[in-house]
Design a protein around this ligand. Sequence first.
Ligand code: GDP
Ligand code: MG
Length: 202
Amino acid sequence: MTETRIRQFKIILLGDTCVGKTALLNRYVDDSFIPDADITNGIDFRIRKVEIEPGVRVKLYIWDTCGVQRYRTIVSSYIRGIHGCLLVFDLSNCESFKRIEHDLTLVSEIEPRAPCVLVGSKSDHKHRCVSREEAEVLAKTLGVPYVEASSLTGHNVKEAFETLVQMIYRNIPNAKHERFAVESRFEPQKEEPGASWSCLLM
Ligand SMILES: Nc1nc2c(ncn2[C@@H]2O[C@H](COP(=O)(O)OP(=O)(O)O)[C@@H](O)[C@H]2O)c(=O)[nH]1
Ligand SMILES: [Mg+2]
């Protein structure tokens, strides 16, 4: 009988406010899109289980941040202990693209070994201000993969998350032999796929 080992990966979504981080997470976990959903207050938390290769299942703990600069210190504390990061910008918002290096620097200072994936969100948008070429140049400079995705249509959302998951998996020494446990100060109460947990910042 094939042994199914469960690993736990902690992932964080970073990027400016309103770039579509929560929408990416909702699409990935629930396969849903809620137009004009509530703004993330502080930090939210979702879980999804995936099978990354036959017999190897991973439980993803995905932290969603609010993107507001004044929460930088709090967000920094959530970056500690992460295994990977999605750096999200909005293809129709140039300012959000300019912020990417800042977010990557934050991750590199705290978890230098954590792989990151650059995500250009809202690829369905008619009005783009960041071209694919510009984003690919930045990704190459930063040494990270680049994925364009739309939570509205669902295009490439799974690919964005699972590119990162594969990088994390390959990053773990002896990944095929070791059980890999997440170190988290906040364990969720519910553990079924799609479970949510949130921390409201006042
Ligand atoms: N057209 C389009 N709009 C999106 C997409 N993703 C998010 N939005 C919209 O962008 C706004 C901000 O999204 P949200 O996920 O709350 O951004 P967050 O602050 O980064 O979490 C909302 O009005 C969403 O409906 C997308 O893929 N396409
Ligand atoms: Mg949000």
